[in-house]
Design a protein around this ligand. Sequence first.
Ligand code: NAP
Ligand code: MG
Length: 498
Amino acid sequence: MAQKFYNFIDGEWMKALNGETTENRNPAHWDEIVGIFPKSGKEDVKKAVEAAVIHREEWANLPVPERGQILGRSGDIMVEKKEEIAKLMTREMGKILKETRGDTQEGIDTAYYAFGESRRLYGVTSPSELPNKAIFTITKPIGTAGIISPWNFPMAIPCWKIYPALLMGNTIVFKPATDTPATATKFVEILTEAGVPKGVVNLVHGPGSRVGEAILEHPDIGVISFTGSSAVGRRIAEVAGKNLKRVSLELGGKNPQIVMPDADIDLAVEGVLWGAFGTTGQRCTATSRLILHKDIFDKFMDILIGRTKGLKIGDGLIESNDVGPVINESQLKKILNYVDIGKQEGAKLVLGGNRLTGGNYDEGFFMEPTIFTEVKAGMRIEQEEIFGPVLSVIKISSFEEAITVANDVEYGLSSSIYTNNVKYAMRAIDKLEAGITYINAPTIGAECHMPFGGFKNTGNGHREGGKWPYEVFGEIKTVYIDYSGKLQKAQIDTDITK
Ligand code: NAP
Ligand code: MG
C-alpha cells in the first residue's frame, strides 16, 4: 500500500474535504507510487486561510529574532535530513541525487540567511526638515501570503519564498506543484518540528486550477509569491491586479550561452553540457541556446557532440547517472513536439531527438539529450521555452550579432558569455538583457544570497534570494514623532525660498 499524505491546516493533518486524492509517481519508474495526496478544492483553501488569519497576530507578535531562531532551527533539522530529503525528491521528480542534494542545500542556506536576517531587519532613520521632530520606518507583516511553487526545485523555491514571508511575520497558505507534494510535505513537517506554531503554515495540495485559483481569489490573502510558467503568471497578475494584491512573479527563460573565439573551449563545452542537460534541461535558467562564433563552430560542435554522447541517462538514484528522466508523460510529449517543430522549421537535428526506450527506460520518461544546429534567430525552438534537454545552436559572426540574438527573445532571466577578452566580457555585462549574467560559467548556478529574477517577461520586477524578497513580504510604515509641542507644517514652515 502506498503511503497516504495529507493537507496541513491549523496544525492538523487532514484529508481534502471532498475526499479526492491523486497519486504522486516516480518519473523514472512510473509504476512506483511515491504517495497518495489530497486533491483539494476551494473549501480546503477557505479553511486554510481561516486558520492563517486567526494565527496572524500571535505570529506577528513574536519578536523577529525569536521567529528567526525557529527558522534557523528548521535549517538544522534540514541538515540532519538532507540525504533523506534528496532521495525523496529524486523519487518524486527525477533529477539526479547530486542535484537534489544541492536543491536541499539551497533550502538550508536560505533558512540560515533568514536566521541572520532576523537581527538585521533595519529600517531607516532620517533627520527631519523641522526642529524637534524624529522620523524613522518600521516594517509590518502584510498578513497572509499565498505561496504557489513549481516542481523543478521542490525544496529551494518554497524556501526562497516561505522563509522571508515567515520572518516578516506573515502566515502562509502553501500550494506546491502537483508533481512534487512529498518534498513540500517534508518541508512543512520540518518547520513544525522546529517550532513554527500551528496555523502559521498551512499546506493545501491539489491542482492549480482549483487550489491555485482559490488562493488568487481569496480576499484575505494579501500577497502572492509565484514561480512557474509565464502563462500562469499572467493569469495570476490579472486576478491580483483586479483585487489590488501584491504579487511577485518568477517566470520562464530562454537563456543563451555565447562563446567567442578566444574562449577556453573545453571550459565552455563543460559549461554548456551542465547548463543545457543538467536537471534534464528543466530549469528556468537552463541553457537552451548556444550562440557560437563561426570561427570555432566546427571544432566546438565536434567536442560538444562527443561529450553529450557520453552522458549517462537513467534513474537519478543511481549515483553514476548524469541525467534523469523528464517530469511526466505530457512534458515528454511537449518536448518531442518541439523536436518536430525544429525539424519543420529547417533546423538540423545533429543529436538525439527521441524518447529513450528498451530495458529500464520503458519504465519511465527518458529522453535523449538533443542538439539542433542551423537554428536561425526567430525560429520557435529559438524563441520558446521548451523545458527539456534540447539545445538550439545559433552560429554568429561577431560579438554584436551575438548580443542582438541573445536579447531578441521575450524572456530575460539568465545569460552567459565565455571569453578571455575583458572588453567582450564588460560589454556583455552592460548589454545582455537578463537578470543574471555569468562570465566563463554556465547559465545555471545561482547563490542564495544574491538577487534572482529576470528582465522582460521573466517576471514583474521582483527578485528572490538575499534581502530582496523581504521587501515583498512587508508593509513599510513611516513614523513621525513631533516633540516640539506645537503644530509644525512640513513644506510650509520650512520654505527656504521665502
Ligand atoms: P506551471 O505549470 O506554471 O505551475 C506552477 C504552479 O502554478 C504549480 O503549483 C501549478 O499547479 C500552479 N498553477 C497552475 N495553474 C494555476 C492557476 N490557474 N492558478 C494558480 N496556480 C496555478 O509551471 P511548472 O510546469 O510547474 O514549472 C515550470 C515553469 O516554471 C517554467 O516555465 C519555468 O521556467 C518556470 N520556473 C521559473 C523559475 C524562476 O525563478 N524564474 C524557477 C523555476 C521554474 P499544478 O502543479 O497543480 O499544475
Ligand atoms: Mg512525481
